[in-house]
Ligand binder design. Structure first.
Ligand code: AMP
Length: 215
C-alpha cells in the first residue's frame, strides 16, 4: 500500500507517517529530511536547495524534487509500500509521482489529509526544537527534552530550525494554502482522500487512521 500524508506545517504528519510506516512495515520518505540531508553534503546541488529552503521558505522546484524522489525510489526496495510525508505538496508533484510509480508498477492507494487550523500550526511550530547534532525533534510543550533545551541523547543545545522562524513560517503557510489545497481538492475528486481531524491526540489520530485504512 502506498500512502501520502498531507497537512500544513506542524499538522503532525511526520509523527503519524512514522507510526504508520512502523505499524504497516512500509518504507518512509520524508522529503524535508531527505532535502536537509542533501543540504548537509554542501555540494553545489545541496547549496542550491539550501538557498531555497532556508532563506526564502518557498518550495524547491519540481525538477529538483522529481530528481530527489526518483533517486530515492531507485535506492529502495519497497515491497510492502511507501509512506510519503511532505511529498507531493502540489498537483504537478503528484502527477510526477504517479508517473514515477507507474513506471515501477506501483500506484498511490490513499491520501491522508491531517486537518489543523493555522493557529494550531503556528503555536506548534513556535515550540518545536531540533538537535543540531542528531536531528532529533522535540516540542517544548508536548515532547520536552529531559534537561532544559538539551538533547536527551547528545546533550547539545537544541535549536529552532531556520525555516521555523516566525517570518518564514508565515510564508510557508501561505505557500501551503496556495499550492497544497488545490491538490487536496483534486485527490478528493479521485475518491482516495481520507480527511482526518488533526487537532486530537497522537494516539487518537493514529487509531482513527488505522481503523479507516482497514475499512
Ligand atoms: P518540511 O520539513 O516538510 O517542513 O520542509 C521544509 C522545506 O523543504 C519546505 O519549506 C520546502 O522549502 C522544502 N520542501 C520539502 N518538501 C518539499 C516538496 N515536496 N516540494 C518542494 N519543496 C519541499
Amino acid at each position: 500500500m502506498n500512502i501520502i500524508i498531507l497537512g500544513q506545517p506542524a499538522s503532525g504528519k511526520g509523527t503519524q507517517a512514522e507510526l504508520l510506516a512502523k505499524k504497516l512495515q512500509l518504507a518512509y520518505l520524508e522529503m524535508g529530511d531527505v532535502l536537509r540531508e542533501i543540504v548537509k553534503e554542501k555540494t553545489p546541488f545541496g547549496k542550491k536547495i539550501d538557498r531555497i529552503m532556508h532563506q526564502k521558505g518557498v518550495l524547491v522546484s519540481d525538477a529538483i524534487i522529481k530528481k530527489v524522489a526518483s533517486d530515492w525510489l531507485d535506492k529502495r526496495e519497497a515491497l510492502k509500500g511507501i509512506v510519503f510525508d511532505g511529498y507531493p505538496r502540489k498537483l504537478s508533484q503528484y502527477q510526477d509521482l504517479e508517473e514515477m510509480l507507474e513506471a515501477r508498477g506501483m500506484k498511490i492507494d490513499k491520501v491522508i489529509y491531517l486537518d489543523v487550523s493555522d493557529d494550531t500550526s503556528v503555536k506548534r511550530i513556535d515550540s518545536r526544537r531540533v538537535c543540531s547534532q542528531c536531528d532529533a525533534e522535540y516540542n517544548l510543550i508536548t515532547k520536552p527534552p529531559r534537561k532544559n533545551q538539551l538533547c536527551d541523547q547528545c546533550q547539545v543545545k537544541l535549536n529552532q530550525r531556520k525555516d521555523d522562524k516566525p517570518e518564514v513560517v508565515k510564508k510557508r503557510l501561505k505557500v501551503y494554502h496556495q499550492l497544497t489545497e488545490p491538490l487536496i481538492n483534486y485527490v478528493r475528486r479521485k475518491g482516495i482522500l481520507m480527511e482526518v481531524d488533526g487537532e486530537r491526540s497522537i494516539r487518537a489520530i493514529h487509531q482513527d487512521i488505522m481503523a479507516r485504512l482497514k475499512q
